[in-house]
Design a protein. Structure first.
Length: 167
């Protein structure tokens, strides 16, 4: 694979060994050649993607729809059928890297959105508690919460968590 501008760091016999090699070497991309990807191998890929997320290219001999779907669900960025032709490797790796980056960006955006919703919910609960405790209007409760956050150098969600923990 060095002819394609890639360097083979290790060859692994199974996904446990593969995960160890990825951790030890810090490989940027994982290229796998599996004739008939088994459920166990794909489950290993899922664990690898969870623990050591990297772009994964899977060259496979079979193209059963279930296998392709399972591979994509396991984090495989590119599933290529009919062998690993040297002239195809580099472009496929480039596509896999870009697809992986796009997927990671979406995951990060989703995580931020979820955190924002959790923060908003926590702030709303803290406002309700302040309104009940101190007979405040909603804007007054929010100002009190915001003032607490500024005085303590906290984000408003952290101030809300403090209010909620002082029940």
């Amino acid at each position: 694979m060095t002819a394609t501008g890639c360097t083979v760091i290790a060859i692994a016999a199974g996904t446990e060994e593969l995960t160890r090699h990825v951790r030890d070497t810090g490989a940027e991309v994982i290229v796998c050649g599996l004739d008939d990807p088994s459920r166990d191998e794909l489950e290993g890929m899922r664990a690898l993607h969870r623990d050591e997320p990297r772009p994964v290219v899977l060259f496979a001999g079979k193209a059963e729809p279930e296998q392709i779907e399972a591979a994509l669900a396991a984090g495989v960025a590119a599933y290529v059928v009919e062998g690993m032709a040297p002239d195809r490797v580099r472009p496929v790796i480039e596509v896999a890297i870009r697809r992986f980056r796009a997927h990671q960006a979406l995951r990060e955006e989703l995580a931020k959105a979820r955190q924002g919703l959790e923060d908003r919910s926590l702030v709303d609960k803290a406002k309700a508690l302040l309104m009940q405790r101190h007979r405040l209007t909603e804007p007054e409760a929010y100002r009190r919460l915001r003032r607490m956050a500024m005085d303590r150098g906290l984000r408003i969600a952290a101030a809300a968590a403090t209010v909620m923990s002082e029940k």
